[in-house]
Design a protein around this ligand. Structure first.
Ligand code: THU
Length: 151
């Protein structure tokens, strides 16, 4: 379980990442922050494309970063925040949950990390946070264990 201080630091990192979203089409800025076992935080933000379906979600961008660094087996928790910016302020009162594809992408890193990771979902205004285990968000998952990669 991520403690409250750690959770809040993760959400703050996700909020900072959201300020670097490239989202000119939806105007919806999402930030994700991944907590590694050594305490490091790695972030990502959504990257949209004129060919809308090619958009990369924040969580996917962040998992790609840790995979490329060789840290896919080091994940312990994630925070996600999303909303529409009003100047420098992110708005929105409902927690943003990871999309279905991102749940699967997160599951790859979680299984490799041998951890049922915590997923903290925050609203843009920061007032609402819901926390889950990934297994709640993606029950009966398919992953590396099914292909014999996890002992
Ligand atoms: N988005 C994410 O970055 N993560 C999610 O889990 C849900 C959706 C982004 C994709 C798109 O740029 C914008 O939010 C609106 O769908």
């Amino acid at each position: 379980m991520t403690d409250t201080t750690t959770r809040d630091a993760l959400i703050a990192a996700a909020r900072d990442a959201a300020s670097r979203a490239y989202a000119p089409y939806s105007g919806f800025h999402v930030g994700a922050a991944l907590l590694l076992k050594n305490g490091d935080i790695v972030t990502g933000a959504n990257v949209e494309n004129a060919s809308y379906g090619l958009t990369l979600c924040a969580e996917t961008a962040a998992v790609a970063k840790i995979a490329n660094e060789g840290w896919i087996g080091e994940l312990t928790a994630v925070a996600i925040i999303g909303g529409r910016p009003d100047g420098a302020v992110l708005t929105g009162s409902d927690p943003v949950h990871p999309c279905g594809r991102c749940r699967q992408i997160l599951n790859e890193a979680a299984e490799r990390s041998r951890a049922d990771i915590m997923v903290h979902c925050a609203s843009g205004d920061g007032h609402a946070v819901k926390s889950y285990r990934l297994s709640e968000l993606l029950p009966a998952s398919f992953g590396p264990k099914d292909l014999g990669l996890i002992g």
